[in-house]
Unconditional design. Structure first.
Length: 98
């Protein structure tokens, strides 16, 4: 049995036609669908320059990106300690637009 101590399982749902394309592409390369998918994901992560932070903290750029994303999503709203309240408010907001 393989050593999977540093791995975690990831399930991906996809349309049947996409699965067929994946299967054909993997077969053309002579690799499994799993290998093809992992290599494709790694190539895309390299293109996007996504790196794992290995030190005991976050770099400043990551923190700034997180803050900008938080601001774009929540604006000036303060998050409550209770996430259910935030979800309820979002649902009410969405329902008012329907």
């Amino acid at each position: 049995m393989k050593n999977n101590t540093n791995k975690s399982r990831f399930t991906l749902d996809m349309a049947a036609d996409l699965r067929t394309r994946l299967k054909i592409a993997a077969a053309q390369k002579g690799v499994t669908m799993r290998q093809y998918s992992l290599e494709s994901i790694l190539r895309q992560l390299d293109r996007d320059d996504v790196q794992v932070q290995t030190s005991n903290g976050f770099n400043r750029e990551a923190v700034n990106k997180a803050k900008a994303l938080q601001k774009s999503i929540f604006g000036k709203r303060r998050l409550t300690d209770d996430s259910t309240e935030l979800i309820r408010q979002s649902r009410e907001e969405r329902a008012s637009h329907l």
